[in-house]
Design a protein around this ligand. Structure first.
Ligand code: GDP
Length: 445
């Protein structure tokens, strides 16, 4: 699913990744293409516009990290925004099926996949949650639809309400409720009738059924291939009946995946499941992270960001190495080192990688040199001015007091840090001269 949108956006980012720096014009161009890609994927205009604006705002406000490629940076921002739009207010919870029998009302247009989805969900609840499920078809206009549900029920081993000719939908709903309660069922699915288009009669009937059934969930099933229409249908149903979530079907087709984006943004209703085929197992919960990854067509976005981070660290290490070789080691270097140590599993982890330092790491730990200490030291360096960091010898007693207070710590701790810095600076100088530092850093990376 989402192939088209993926390909379009993929092309935009390919071009971006090949450039050196992210100029404002680049952002503009890239985002224009993102907007076109979204519109072609049938994302509604206001949603596409809002989306692009949000990305632009974030991209412009963000300092360009030198070592991350512009493409990676924009991809990350676009990804995060996609997740944001797709998740809405928060994660879509599992179906509410407490207080048995919990009624789940299935609504939607004819042919949207309502009956299929009803059976798929029933099977899931039975197999994954060990629930006893009853299904009832209320489609009195189409006896074939009632038959279809009964056949699916037999196929998946889920009970269906016996068909009684001549009953109206609200009557069937009432009988199904009674049957579910008496039969000790946990969940009751009511598969309502669909029409080809939304009309008054249909809505009146669904409302009547809703009032009788008092459902815990009202799930709207919409065909994901219908794009913008799906969003309009959702808006209509939500206004007239009130829905608690959406199931997007046919997301296995090569459709324009924009429906998912617009659906969330326009209706504010969570997409709970996506249908991925005709088979009874072809349904998945809707995962914004995963869908955003698919829309971008960039595979595992986490891996991408990881890669960006590595690039950053390698560059930083190189920069530091050059300084050390010159025998330079100020407070900023110490801070970068401390942060690096935290990332690499603390003092123990870092020292373990340096030849002959295992014993020193142990001693350091015994002396209370742990991650909390690293964080305290970083806080101290953060409360120094730029000048002081470059040359800590400048620090007068009054400034030391202020700095320690700024970090919420003792002056004694600051003095220890300064002493430690001095020792390390000395060591760096010596190692730098002997070319040992280069080797050590290479090992660390
Ligand atoms: P209803 O009229 O809304 O009850 O629709 P049905 O459940 O009868 O589904 C109509 C057709 O769509 C059937 O042939 C289903 O097998 C098919 N269908 C339903 N969901 C999906 C889906 O997620 N993917 C695909 N490819 N087909 C689906």
């Amino acid at each position: 699913m989402f192939e088209n949108l993926s390909e379009r956006l993929g092309g935009v980012f390919d071009r971006l990744t090949k450039q050196g720096a992210l100029s404002e014009a680049d952002v503009e161009t890239a985002l224009r293409e993102v907007r076109v890609a979204l519109l072609e994927a049938d994302v509604s205009l206001p949603v596409a516009r809002d989306f692009v604006n949000a990305v632009k705002k974030k991209a412009t406000g963000q300092a360009v990290t030198k070592s991350v490629t512009p493409g990676q940076q924009v991809v990350k921002i676009v990804h995060d925004e996609l997740v944001h739009v797709l998740s809405g207010d928060g994660p879509a919870d599992a179906l509410k099926i407490d207080n048995p029998p919990a009624t789940i009302l299935m609504v939607g247009l004819q042919g949207s996949g309502k009956t299929t989805t009803t059976a798929k969900l029933a099977k899931r609840l039975k197999e994954k949650n060990g629930k006893r499920v009853l299904m009832a078809s209320l489609d009195t206009n189409r006896p074939a639809a009632m038959e279809q549900l009964a056949i699916l029920g037999t196929q998946i081993g889920v009970d269906t309400l016996p068909i009684v000719k001549g009953e109206k939908a609200p009557q069937i709903a009432k009988r199904a409720k009674t049957q579910a309660a008496m039969g000790g069922y946990d969940v009751l699915f009511l598969d309502t009738a669909g029409r080809l288009h939304i009309d008054e009669v249909l809505m009146d009937e669904v409302q009547a059924v809703r009032d009788i059934a008092s459902p815990r969930e009202t799930l709207l099933v919409v065909d994901g291939l219908t794009g913008q229409d799906a969003v309009n249908v959702a808006t209509e149903f939500d206004g007239k009946v009130g829905i608690s979530g959406v199931v997007l079907t046919r997301m296995d087709g090569d459709g324009r995946g924009g429906a998912a984006l617009s659906m969330r943004a326009v209706t504010g209703k969570p997409i709970r499941f996506v249908g991925l085929g005709e088979k009874m197992d072809a349904i998945e919960t809707f995962e914004p992270e995963r869908v955003a990854g698919r829309i971008l067509g960039m595979g595992d976005i986490v891996a991408l960001v990881e890669k960006a981070r590595e690039t950053f660290e390698a560059e930083q290490a190189e920069r530091m190495m050059k300084r050390f070789q010159k025998g330079l080691f100020n407070m900023n270097d110490l801070k970068a080192q401390l942060e690096q140590m935290l990332k690499m599993g603390g003092m123990q982890g870092l020292m373990g990688m340096l030849p002959g330092m295992g014993k020193m790491a142990k001693q350091a730990e015994e002396a209370g040199f742990d991650d909390r200490m690293l964080r305290r030291q970083i806080a101290l360096i953060n409360s120094m001015t730029k000048k002081e960091r470059a040359n800590p010898d400048l620090l007068a007693a009054s400034r030391k007091k202020r700095i320690a207070a700024g970090a919420g710590l003792d002056v004694a701790e600051l003095n220890r840090l300064l002493k430690q810095h001095k020792q390390m600076a000395e060591m760096m100088k010596k190692m730098g001269k002997g070319g040992m530092m280069k080797q050590a850093i290479k090992q660390m990376m």
